[in-house]
Ligand binder design. Structure first.
Ligand SMILES: Cc1cc2nc3c(=O)[nH]c(=O)nc-3n(C[C@H](O)[C@H](O)[C@H](O)COP(=O)(O)O)c2cc1C
Length: 318
């Protein structure tokens, strides 16, 4: 039996129904997926990272990342950028009018992002990181930060960095327990998250390597964090939110996927809907035996009808 402290959490002026968060995931956490995660028990979901620079130029692809409606229980956008003035301007812009929370990406390890002084590079530049938080706060919205435990393995500084964020006005900090050099693999440094939790009074959310209720319980226990954030597990098994929170769901995986397809087609074009649904179904079939043989057929589907048929075959008894 795992005792795990799941319940409501206060972030800034907002009261979230659960402290189990769904991570921002580029290519996945579009509006339909967030609605699914909320339905299954997630307390907070984020858009994928949106570049403040791209937004500034009213880039169409970036605007698509901002699709939301008033039906979304809490609307949180993740911004990526390294220039405090641009970040402040975008935070206050009409593009983000619908959003309650701005999360600042200070964890992205990708070389091009890092070289531009964005994402995890901000951890090396605490003054600029603080200026960005202060600027975004002037939008009047709740501002949160997502970072890592450090850049290199031999130099972890989650507690120090969390204090910088809190002093600048951040309302919550999510710490991915891996350093930049670890990218997405390896055991998260839970002790670093624990140090950060002890160093600040804003909520600290622990992320990294949670793939089961047991993992979540261990993460909470070892870090003392106020909540957890699941990422890839949310794609493989969206039911994890209900498993963690106890929120009941009687729907099958097939029913959820069919609803996802309908919702996606309502707000996005067919090309996006096909590509997103194939990626999501492919994650969700990872752990299901005997489904590999359908994978090629699924990827070949050229229309929503074809895709619906093959998804129905794959998830028939689930
Ligand atoms: C495909 C993919 C896309 C991601 N996109 C984002 C993103 O847009 N913003 C962000 O802060 N983190 C992003 N991440 C990192 C995740 O949010 C999370 O921190 C990381 O996957 C560790 O959690 P996990 O081990 O539970 O998957 C991404 C990760 C993956 C695998």
């Amino acid at each position: 039996m795992h005792t795990i402290n799941i319940g409501p959490i206060r972030v800034g002026g907002l009261l979230l129904p659960s402290n189990v968060l769904m991570a921002p995931l580029a290519g996945y956490t579009c509006y339909p997926f967030r609605m699914l995660a909320y339905e299954l028990g997630a307390g907070l979901c984020f858009t994928e990272m949106c570049s403040a620079n791209a937004l500034k130029y009213e880039d169409r692809a970036t605007n698509r990342l901002l699709i939301t409606t008033s039906e979304e229980p809490v609307r949180a956008v993740q911004l990526l950028g390294g220039n405090p003035a641009v970040m402040e301007r975008m935070a206050k812009s009409p593009f983000l009018e619908m959003f309650d929370i701005i999360d600042i990406n200070m964890g992205c390890p990708v070389p091009n992002v890092f070289k531009s002084g964005e994402g995890s590079a901000l951890m090396q530049d605490p003054k600029r990181a603080a200026a960005i938080i202060r600027g975004c706060k002037r939008s009047g919205k709740v501002v949160t930060v997502k970072c890592r435990v450090g850049i290199r393995e031999n130099e972890l500084f989650a507690a120090e960095f969390s204090r910088v964020c809190e002093d600048a006005g951040a309302d919550m900090i999510t710490i991915h327990g891996r350093s930049r050099s670890m990218m997405y693999d390896g055991e998260p440094h839970m002790e670093e998250i624990a140090h950060a939790k002890a160093a600040v009074s804003i909520p600290v959310i622990a992320n990294g390597g949670i793939f089961s209720v047991e993992d979540a319980a261990r993460m909470m226990r070892c870090t003392g964090a106020d909540g957890i954030m699941v990422a890839r597990c949310g794609l493989e098994n969206p039911f994890i939110f209900g498993e963690l929170t106890g929120k009941p769901c009687k729907k099958t995986a097939l029913a959820l996927l069919m609803e996802q397809m309908e919702l996606t087609a309502r707000y996005y074009d067919e090309t996006f809907t096909l590509s997103y649904m194939k990626k999501l179904a492919s994650y969700m079939m990872k752990k299901r035996k005997g489904t590999k043989r359908y994978k090629e057929q699924m990827y070949r589907s050229g229309s929503l009808d074809e895709l619906r048929e093959v998804i129905a075959l794959i998830f028939a008894d689930m």
